[in-house]
Design a protein around this ligand. Structure first.
Ligand SMILES: *Cc1c(COP(=O)(O)O)cnc(C)c1O
Length: 402
């Protein structure tokens, strides 16, 4: 048996079976390439699900973490720590928000955002009847609160009734949102670009009108940029392109580039009437290790001009993906922004993904019929070409079979 096979056999005996993992054991990485336990090389167009923006083995990032490990890893939030102070300052600056709370994951950032919205409304007028409007096809995480605003019944149906007071509207359909608004609506939550739901960017008209309605009725706009934020869309945050700003923002995935960290942020206006001492907390949240990562990631983004790199290479990526749309009947359409792209197929894509893996390319799906492209943000033209060759051949082989 190969090393990979030994690990897979052992893992399957002990892991709770919640993931249908591909039979690949990843061992180490360099730049935009990953290597399995037997030394096979893969070009990575998944980035650990839109996480590893800077690629693998970035020296400055790795050294910053190593230094912090030797200094101090954890303190709790009973005390201040330097890396958290610096990370908070930088994150507020790049988001344009005023206050930040660090979490350990995306789903926890959503929990915090939901609690913040309820508390804001409660401070104005105490009630337990406040409602939140979420979107169909959305994905916000797996904890009970985040699940309650996730607009995909398949994720929710076995797990009770959830939060309650959550209503669902159609993404990009302002009339459907208006229909759900009542005197008790305290917030609307949505992804600026829907990820798991199939890579759907918000329409500019929809988001602008939603912002205007929220302003008029003093409803908080919560934008979930856990996946589409941090440069991936070709802006540091996807909402920038729409000329609007959320009241509450959630960030995670690429924020720490691999260490478990997320954040929810808000404007001062919200913070003044929202969570106060005793309302929320986390033992690990914002510890020195993860915050050293966040501060370094934000520095590296500026140092390497990651956002303008994404922007300058996006037309080429889009051109190559559009070529697949025109070349193959089973490729229906391309959607997305920047390095967050989706190709919708008329058939399930799992066999195409497996064929790509055989030939050294990691890509992922978003739903059964959509291939999702969320590579490290440092990819170059040559990597797009290599991806195109492998994927194009995999699609061609699949067409011969059907
Ligand atoms: C991944 C994701 C989450 C959940 O983040 P976790 O870190 O997996 O808990 C929430 N919202 C969006 C948009 C995501 O893509």
């Amino acid at each position: 048996m190969s090393s990979s096979e030994v690990y897979i056999k052992k893992g399957d005996k002990n892991f709770l079976h919640t993931y249908n993992r591909f039979p690949i054991v990843l061992d180490h990485g360099k730049g935009v390439f990953l290597y399995d336990a037997d030394g096979k090389e893969y070009l990575d167009f998944a980035a650990g699900i839109a996480v590893f923006a800077l690629g693998y083995g970035d020296e400055i990032y790795n050294n910053a973490l190593k230094r912090q490990i030797d200094k101090l890893i954890h303190t709790s939030n009973l005390y201040y720590n330097g890396p958290a102070v610096i990370a908070a300052e930088e994150l507020c600056r790049v988001t344009g928000m005023d206050r930040v709370f660090f979490t350990n994951s995306g789903t926890e950032a959503i929990e915090g955002a939901i609690k913040s919205a309820f508390k804001f409304a409660y401070s104005k007028e105490p009630s337990n009847e406040y409602e939140i409007i979420a979107m169909n096809k959305s994905f916000h995480g797996r904890s009970m609160g985040a699940l309650s605003v996730t607009g995909n019944s398949h994720y929710r149906e076995a797990f009770g009734t959830g939060l309650g007071h959550i209503k669902f509207a159609e993404f990009n359909d302002i009339e459907s949102v208006k229909k759900e608004i009542t005197g008790k609506t305290c917030a609307v939550i949505l992804e600026t670009i829907q990820g798991e739901g199939g890579i759907y960017p918000a329409d500019p008209g929809f988001l602008k009108e939603l912002r205007a309605i929220c302003d008029e009725k003093d409803i908080l706009l919560i934008l979930d940029e856990i996946q589409c934020g941090m440069g991936r869309s070709g802006n540091m945050f996807a909402f920038e392109e729409y000329g609007i700003r959320p009241d509450i923002l959630t960030v995670a995935k690429a924020l720490g580039c691999g260490v478990p960290v997320g954040a929810f942020l808000m404007t001062e206006r919200v913070a003044e009437k929202s969570l106060s001492p005793g309302d929320h907390g986390s033992t690990y949240g914002g510890n020195p290790l993860v915050c050293a990562a966040v501060a370094t990631v934000l520095d590296e983004f500026e140092e390497h001009e990651i956002v303008s790199h994404v922007r300058s290479l996006t037309p080429y990526l889009e051109e190559k993906l559009d070529e697949l749309v025109s070349k193959y009947d089973i490729v229906k359409e391309r959607r997305g922004k920047g390095f967050m792209q989706g190709l919708e197929f008329t058939v399930p894509v799992v066999d195409i993904i497996k064929e790509c893996q055989k030939n050294g390319l990691l890509i992922i799906s978003a739903g059964s019929n959509i291939i999702r492209f969320v590579p490290p943000l440092i990819i170059e033209k040559e990597h797009i070409d290599r991806m195109f060759e492998i994927l194009s051949e995999a699609i061609w082989i699949h067409c011969q079979k059907i």
